[in-house]
Design a protein around this ligand. Structure first.
Ligand code: PLP
Length: 458
C-alpha cells in the first residue's frame, strides 16, 4: 500500500494552501472518508434521488438495487452468507439496543458483559435490569490484554442467556478471542453479541464461520459516512427479535385493527432510510476491500510501533493495555504523570495540530473504579503515516519538557502540574484549557472558542 496515494484519496488529508492539514488520530471515534464515499453519496442525490421499495419509477428502482447491493456487500464483508441478516441502522449503539430491547427477556435472565465495555454495551443492560429484571454478570478482564477463560466459564456456569462483549476494546485496542468465547458460550446455551466497532474496521471478520449470533458495527468507523451502521445477525436469532421501531416499510399489510410484519431484515428498518449513507458506506467497504486488511494493519502497526518505542523508556508516560503494539495496533492510549488528559489533548491540538481523544472514552466505570480522570487516546488507521507519528512524538516530548523537574523553567512548567489529576471523573466544561494547552498556544494561534468538548462523555 502506498500511504501517500491513500492520503490523496481522503479530501480531509489533502494540503490546504500547500500546508499539511492536522494529524487526525481519532479514527476510533470516527474515521475519515475517501472521495469515493462522497462521490457515491452525491451520485445518489444527483442521479437517482428516490426512496426504495415504495414507488415503481426508475429512481426508486435504482436506489432499491443499490441499497440491497450494499446489504449484500456488508454480508460478504462480515462473512454472513445471508444478506437478510444485515440490518441497516444508525450505528452500533442502535444495533445493541435492537438486540437488548428485542429479545424476549424473563426476569432473572443473565447477561454477561466485561468490566470495560463502552456505555453503548452497558447502559442498555442496566435499563433492562431495572425495568425487566434481568441480571448483569460482570466478566473481569486482565489489564495486560490477556483473557481468563476460567473466569468466563465460572460466569457461564451461573446460567447466562446472552454474552455481550466488545470484540476489540476502544480503550486500549486489544482484541478478545471471539471464536473461543462464542464456542464456550454456545456450549452453555448462551447467545453471543459482539460489539464490533473497533474490530471490523481493522480485521476480516467471518461471522458465520465463527458462529456469532449478533455483531454490531458502526460504518462511520470504517470509512463510511456518519450515522451509518449495521447489526449483522445469524438468521435464527434475528428472527427472535422484536423490532425497536415499526411503521412504514416494516409491514406486509395492515388493517385498521392489525398488521403483519415483513420478514427480517425489513421489519427492523422502519420508515424512509438513509439511502445516501448506506450507499456511501458501501463505497467505504469497497475501498477497504481494495486496500486489504493486511495492508491496513501493517500501516497502523508501523505508526503505532514508532510512537510506542519513542516512549518505551519514558517513566512519565503510562501506556494503557498490552506493551506490544501488535496486540493493539490501532490504539496508543496513555497518561502523562501530572497532566490532565484533556489538557494534554488540547496541548497537542493547539500546539502541534495533533487531534486525539481524551477523557473516559464512554467507559466511565473503568476509570472511576481506578480513580483516574481518563486518559489520552491516539487511534490510527490506514491513512496515518510516519509524519503523523512524528508530530505526536514531538508534541508529547514538548509536553514532557514542560513538566516540573524536566529542567524547563517558567510559568508553563509550574502550571502544567497544577492541573494534575484534578479530574473528578466528570467531563470538563468548554474545552478545559489547561496550562499545558495555554503554554503551547502561541506557537500557532492565540486560542479559539471551543464548545463543550464532550470529552469523556458518551
Ligand atoms: C467499542 C465501542 N462500542 C460502541 C461504540 C459506539 O459507537 P456509535 O457511537 O457509533 O454507536 C463505540 C464508539 O466509539 C465503541 O468504540
Amino acid at each position: 500500500m502506498n500511504v501517500a496515494q491513500v492520503r490523496a484519496d481522503f479530501p480531509a488529508l489533502r494540503p490546504r494552501d500547500g500546508i499539511r492539514p492536522p494529524t487526525y488520530l481519532d479514527s476510533a471515534c470516527m474515521s475519515l472518508v475517501p472521495s469515493a464515499v462522497l462521490e457515491a453519496m452525491e451520485q445518489y442525490y444527483r442521479e437517482f434521488p428516490g426512496c426504495a421499495g415504495r414507488s415503481l419509477h426508475r429512481y426508486s428502482e435504482e436506489v432499491g438495487r443499490r441499497y440491497e447491493s450494499a446489504r449484500a456487500a456488508f454480508a460478504r464483508f462480515l462473512g454472513r452468507s445471508d444478506p437478510a441478516g444485515v440490518v441497516f441502522l444508525r450505528n452500533a449503539t442502535e444495533a445493541i439496543n435492537l438486540v437488548g430491547q428485542g429479545l424476549p427477556w424473563k426476569s432473572g435472565d443473565r447477561v454477561l458483559v466485561s468490566d470495560r465495555e463502552h456505555n453503548s454495551n452497558l447502559i442498555v443492560w442496566q435499563r433492562l435490569a431495572a425495568e425487566r429484571g434481568i441480571r448483569i454478570e460482570i466478566l473481569p478482564l486482565p489489564d495486560d490484554g490477556g483473557f481468563d477463560a476460567g473466569a468466563l466459564e465460572e460466569r457461564l456456569a451461573r446460567g447466562v442467556r446472552l454474552v455481550s462483549l466488545f470484540h476489540t476494546s476502544n480503550l486500549d485496542g486489544h482484541t478478545l478471542p471471539i471464536r473461543e468465547i462464542t464456542e464456550r458460550a454456545h456450549d452453555r446455551g448462551a447467545l453471543v453479541l459482539f460489539d464490533g466497532c473497533q474490530a471490523a474496521p481493522h480485521e476480516k471478520v467471518e461471522l458465520d464461520r465463527l458462529g456469532v449470533d449478533f455483531y454490531a458495527v458502526s460504518a462511520h468507523k470504517m470509512l463510511g459516512p456518519t450515522g451509518t451502521g449495521v447489526l449483522a445477525a445469524a438468521t435464527e436469532p434475528l428472527g427472535r427479535l422484536r423490532p425497536l421501531l415499526i411503521g412504514g416499510e416494516t409491514v406486509e399489510w395492515s388493517t385498521l385493527e392489525t398488521h403483519a410484519l415483513r420478514p427480517p431484515p425489513h421489519r427492523f428498518e422502519a420508515g424512509l432510510q438513509n439511502y445516501a449513507g448506506v450507499i456511501g458506506a458501501h463505497a467505504g467497504l469497497d475501498y477497504l476491500a481494495r486496500i486489504g486488511f493486511d495492508a491496513v494493519q501493517a500501516q497502523q502497526y508501523a505508526v503505532n510501533a514508532r510512537v510506542t518505542s519513542a516512549f518505551a523508556d519514558e517513566p512519565r508516560v503510562h501506556l494503557l493495555g498490552p506493551a506490544d503494539p501488535r496486540a493493539r495496533s490501532s490504539v496508543f492510549a496513555f497518561t502523562v504523570d501530572g497532566v490532565d488528559p484533556h489538557d494534554a489533548a488540547v496541548f497537542l491540538d493547539e500546539g502541534h495540530e495533533v487531534l486525539v481523544r481524551s477523557g473516559m472514552h464512554c467507559a466511565h466505570s473503568y476509570y472511576s473504579r481506578r480513580g483516574l480522570p481518563g486518559n489520552v487516546r491516539a487511534s490510527f488507521y490506514l491513512y496515518n503515516d510516519r509524519t503523523d507519528a512524528d508530530r505526536l512524538i514531538g508534541g508529547l516530548r514538548e509536553l514532557l519538557e514542560k513538566l516540573p523537574g524536566a529542567g524547563v523553567s517558567g510559568t508553563s512548567a509550574r502550571t502544567v502540574a497544577s492541573t494534575s489529576r484534578s479530574g473528578s471523573g466528570r467531563p470538563r466544561a468548554s474545552g478545559s484549557r489547561g496550562a499545558a494547552a495555554r503554554s503551547a498556544r502561541p506557537r500557532h494561534r492565540a486560542g479559539r472558542g471551543r464548545g463543550a468538548s464532550g470529552a469523556g462523555s458518551g
